[in-house]
Design a protein around this ligand. Structure first.
Ligand code: SF4
Ligand code: SF4
Length: 288
């Protein structure tokens, strides 16, 4: 893949929940998991340029030129008809940004930023771009004070993490289930590589946070608090853990019928993790 541009789903100028401080977040298109509970399934695939969505747009914001879908942002009313038409878990509403485009946007908000976070989809699906972006930031005088983080599902192999080990300041990793079969059912992929990622990033001091999503009856995290805590405390009892609560608002497919996590369920899980030795646990600030 060309290292100098990325397919971006969305860029958020300010976030205080995607790593430390105030951060600009780049959400890249494409993911290697197919989570049943995905809130943004249209970020899973890159557009196949099939053109199926073009004529469904009620606002003539899409056209098909030279076998490519063209999205006219000024005409788009964000009605999501195209997303609901697409049979490939994709969207025509993405941006192809060059490295220079991204640097211009970072500089626009620079006085207010502590750093940038690359998220997704799955950020590491476009690792060559991240390598180039982080390296450029660290080598550029007016940008090198920014910290560079990745928000990831942890599926990247160690050889991939090694490519950004020198320029990445930290990573947030989701562990979606303890048992491999449960993880496979939820995401379509095994969790061995996710666990290896957590161990490896902690070893090189680049693990910022491990994230758990409580989904009542569908993930096994709560039943395995002891195993999870043992796994993490062996790395360090001070490892930062963030617990998120599943809510079924905005999910698609089967997960629409799943129950949302309650405050009590999340707090019980947090108490168990603490009981088994974890010290730094953050709870959700809101429950839906
Ligand atoms: S969201 Fe999609 S279908 Fe709706 S106006 Fe925008 S491009 Fe058209
Ligand atoms: S967004 Fe989906 S339906 Fe539209 S052109 Fe791309 S792959 Fe086809």
């Amino acid at each position: 893949m060309n290292k100098s541009w990325a397919i971006v789903n969305k860029l958020l100028p300010f976030s205080c929940v995607d790593g430390p401080g105030n951060r600009l977040v780049i959400f890249l298109q494409g993911c290697n998991f197919k989570c049943l509970n995905c809130h943004n399934p249209y970020t899973i695939s890159l557009c196949k340029e099939c053109g199926d969505c073009v004529n469904t747009c009620p606002h003539q914001a899409l056209s098909f030129i030279n076998h490519k879908v063209i999205w006219q942002t000024s005409a788009c009313q964000q009605c999501d008809t195209c997303i609901n038409t697409c049979g490939y878990h994709s969207t025509p509403m993405t941006y192809k940004y060059s490295l220079e485009d991204i640097l211009i946007m970072i500089r626009k908000y620079l006085p207010f930023l502590n750093g940038i976070t690359v998220s997704g989809g799955e950020a590491t699906m476009q690792l060559p771009f991240i390598e180039k972006l982080f390296k450029t930031i660290k080598q550029t005088n007016d940008l090198k004070h920014l910290t560079c983080f990745i928000d990831s599902n942890g599926y990247l192999a160690q050889t991939g993490w090694q490519k950004v080990a020198d320029t990445m300041d930290g990573a947030m990793i989701d562990l979606k289930a303890w048992n491999n079969q449960v993880h496979k059912k939820l995401t379509g992929r095994d969790n061995l590589r996710v666990k290896n990622t957590i161990i490896y990033l902690a070893k090189i001091k680049k693990l910022y946070e491990v994230r758990f999503l409580v989904i009542p009856e569908h993930t096994d995290l709560q039943d395995n608090a002891k195993h999870l805590a043992q796994f993490l405390t062996e790395i360090s009892p001070n490892i930062k853990v963030r617990i998120n609560a599943f809510h079924n608002h905005g999910v698609h497919g089967i997960a629409k019928t799943w129950k949302s996590a309650t405050k009590q369920q999340v707090e019980t899980f947090a108490d168990q993790l603490k009981h088994y030795g974890l010290k730094d646990i953050m709870l959700p600030s809101v429950y839906l």
